[in-house]
Design a protein around this ligand. Structure first.
Ligand code: MG
Ligand code: MG
Length: 261
């Protein structure tokens, strides 16, 4: 899931995790990656996002993990499933996916009290070249941000990397939602904004773990709207959106993606 900007208080130091804590965070991240793989394999025309939620639940149960999405402020599922103009926090439902849909899945898991959180966007069946370019740009923005997850870089370098890729492609970049610290809770300090000034903000040090999550709006506007369900965030102009995320460790020798197999 995404954090809302300024949803937590203060500007506390970012925790540096011990080797033992990182073992648990890697285990949680692996469960999230396995959920992604199983859901990707199951997602096709005719399948509902409620069925994909069931796939996610099976993976969590089979690994003895706990969902950090289910029950989060009352959220009713272990995945967020956001289709087409839905950006984030879509609630799984009974509408069958259709050829050409753009599907964003966000999910997480807890192992030994430690959290993982990651998201991907995929096409259902054949999608338009424009939709594929949106996905590719989202993945490029995430990769550029992950590249900055090195000791002595700063949070502004991470945000700026995302902002630069998104702006160059002409996509919108919503202001209110962002990535976050992650550890014993899904959302910890600091906010990891999808924009920033190079060389500014918190200094990154080995052992810090952040969830980085660019959201791209296909129409080029930054504006989003929350639906009456109290969760789903959609593009204001009805254009399609993409959302990708990884939980990433600042390793002594470079970034380590914890939510990848
Ligand atoms: Mg998140
Ligand atoms: Mg997430």
């Amino acid at each position: 899931m995404c954090a809302s900007r300024g949803s937590r208080f203060g500007r506390t130091a970012i925790a540096q995790r011990s080797p033992e804590q990182l073992r648990s965070m890697r285990a949680a991240g692996r469960v999230v990656a396995e959920m992604h793989a199983a859901i990707r394999a199951a997602a096709r025309p005719g399948v509902t996002t409620l069925q994909l939620d069931a796939v996610g639940r099976e993976v969590i149960a089979s690994r003895g993990a706990i969902s950090n999405f289910l029950g989060y402020h009352g959220f009713p599922a272990v995945i967020c499933a956001s289709v087409n103009d839905e950006v984030i926090h879509g609630i799984p439902n009974e509408r069958p996916l259709e050829e050409g849909d753009l599907l964003s899945i966000d999910c997480g898991a807890i192992v030994d009290g430690w959290h993982g959180d990651a998201a991907f966007t995929m096409g259902i069946g054949t999608i338009t070249p424009e939709a594929q370019r949106l996905i590719n740009t989202a993945e490029a923005a995430l990769a550029a941000a992950i590249h900055e997850m090195r000791p002595h870089r700063r949070l502004g370098d991470v945000g700026s990397a995302i902002e630069t890729v998104v702006a160059a492609a002409g996509y919108g970049n919503p202001h209110h939602y962002c990535g976050h610290g992650i550890g014993r809770a899904m959302h910890e300090d600091p906010d990891v904004e999808n924009r920033g000034r190079p060389g500014k903000g918190h200094e990154l040090l080995a052992g810090m773990v952040l969830a980085i999550e660019p959201m791209l709006l296909g129409g080029g506007s930054d504006d989003v709207v929350q639906l009456d369900d109290g969760w789903t965030i959609v593009t204001a102009d009805g254009s399609p959106a993409a959302h990708v995320e990884h939980t990433v460790l600042v390793g002594a020798n470079g970034p380590e993606i914890l939510t990848r197999l």
